[in-house]
Ligand binder design. Structure first.
Ligand SMILES: Nc1nc2c(c(=O)[nH]1)N[C@H]1C(S)=C(S)[C@@H](COP(=O)(O)OP(=O)(O)OC[C@H]3O[C@@H](n4cnc5c(N)ncnc54)[C@H](O)[C@@H]3O)O[C@H]1N2
Ligand code: MOO
Length: 390
């Protein structure tokens, strides 16, 4: 059995960053920016008023000073002329500040009579003028690769970028195997259960930027599995769920061998997730996940998502780890790395009592996988431990 680290290294060897494609900015949320982007203009492109009020000379900002209002500047419609001392221009938020003005007095601080204003209050210490380029300047770049968040989309729009170059989304085909499985919403017979991790993994993959094709459930027969693999053609990554272990009905290893898979590894020294397998099937990477629901989801977090991120060009890195203080003592760990379902609150992490890899209620309550390396010595409450956030 190989270690988690070795398995991840071998998985990264099965994939490479995918090519890029252009998409409209409006469709770019969640995609990975493939090439750096430069701002096509300054923002704001002119000194702009930050408030509704009057543009004046700073020297006129004195209590009791009366000024003549000579025009108006609105957002999108500037006042074309220069203003001099003793003059004011009515101005609104976002409007270009007229030449000659270097101060905005807010409208709450003046008294207006006809075309004259008198300054009543001078308590402000800043000009309320946003200098040209205060947010960004032409040519300022946004680095790649990075995932486009709503905040970055807004920034790119402001930079006048209508299309962006993003990495193609990896296409992942999911094959759930097992004669006992039916889809949610169907009526199961007494011996059947509902396919669950299929949907958990789909959600996990989509959240990390993959495109998911859920194939029909393959019963535990060789023809059904062959059909499922045929339907998976064209995918960048084929995920099977279940049938990975050693039982008489666990056929995935045999069928993938028959289809010519170059196997990288089978079995990893981890808990849950031991019967994980991987290899190359034609042009696709193939990962065979164990069927137990929690095992499949843990392997999704520890292996599949890092592989998807590698295909997106986001680097070949394990799932990020953090540290917390342990709430309870724990006995020595066995020879396999243990990813314990745990709950972290206020920097204190508590592993759940029940760690059976069939318990989705426990996984749903967990917000962390407490990481115990192989042969980790016994731990006392208060000791520092590593965890992977969920
Ligand atoms: N003699 C041994 N038995 C087992 C071993 C072993 O080393 N020796 N390993 C155990 C471990 S660890 C795991 S994990 C499981 C994995 O088995 P498989 O990958 O072959 O999975 P199945 O047998 O097909 O299913 C296990 C379990 O999970 C349920 N399942 C499967 N797919 C789904 C799905 N899409 N949604 C929900 N539930 C699913 C299935 O009904 C079974 O209950 O093997 C142990 N046995
Ligand atoms: O490794 Mo199995 O994945 O313990 O349940």
């Amino acid at each position: 059995m190989i270690s988690v680290e070795q398995a991840l290294e071998q998985l990264f060897e099965l994939v490479e960053p995918l090519e890029s494609e252009a998409v409209a900015l409006a469709s770019a949320h969640g995609r990975t920016l493939a090439k750096p982007v430069s701002a096509r203009r300054d923002q704001p492109p002119f000194p702009a008023s930050a408030m509704d009020g009057y543009a004046i000379h700073k020297s006129d900002y004195q209590v009791g000073r009366t000024l003549k209002v000579i025009g108006e500047a609105a957002a999108g419609a500037r006042f074309e002329y220069k203003i001099f001392e003793g003059e004011a221009v009515r101005i609104f938020t976002g409007a270009p500040v007229p030449t000659g003005a270097d101060w905005i007095v807010i409208q709450e601080d003046i008294d207006a009579i006809g075309r004259q204003i008198t300054i009543r209050e001078t308590s402000e210490t800043k000009s309320y003028i946003r200098p040209a380029g205060a947010d960004f300047k032409t040519g300022q770049t946004l680095d790649a690769p990075q995932v486009l968040t709503p905040q970055l989309i807004a920034l790119l729009a402001s930079m006048n970028i209508a299309n962006v170059s993003v990495t193609r989304q990896p296409e992942v085909a999911i094959i759930s195997t097992g004669s006992e499985l039916v889809m949610p919403g169907e009526i199961p017979s007494d011996d059947q259960i509902i396919a669950s991790n299929t949907f958990g993994l789909k959600a996990m993959l989509q959240a990390s930027g993959a495109k998911v094709r859920v194939l029909p459930i393959a019963h535990d027969t060789a023809p059904a599995l062959r059909t499922a693999f045929a339907l998976a053609q064209g995918a960048d990554l084929i995920l099977t769920i279940g049938g990975a272990s050693v039982g008489d009905h666990d056929l995935v290893a045999g069928i993938t061998q028959e289809l010519g898979m170059q196997r990288s590894f089978y079995k990893v020294a981890m808990r849950p997730g031991k019967p994980l397998m991987a290899g190359k099937l034609g042009n696709a990477a193939m990962i065979g996940l164990p069927g137990n629901p929690v095992s499949a989801m843990v392997c999704g977090t520890i292996f599949v998502i890092p592989v998807v991120r590698a295909m997106l060009g986001l680097g070949m890195a394990p799932a990020p780890q953090r540290h917390a203080k342990l709430k309870t003592e724990m006995p020595i760990n066995g020879p396999r790395a243990h990813y314990m379902r745990a709950r972290i609150e206020d920097g204190i992490i508590t592993p759940f009592e029940r760690q059976d890899s069939a318990l989705l209620t426990v996984l749903a309550e967990a917000n962390a996988l407490l990481l115990r390396p192989p042969h980790d010595p016994a731990k006392q409450a208060g000791e520092d431990v590593a965890f992977v956030p969920l």
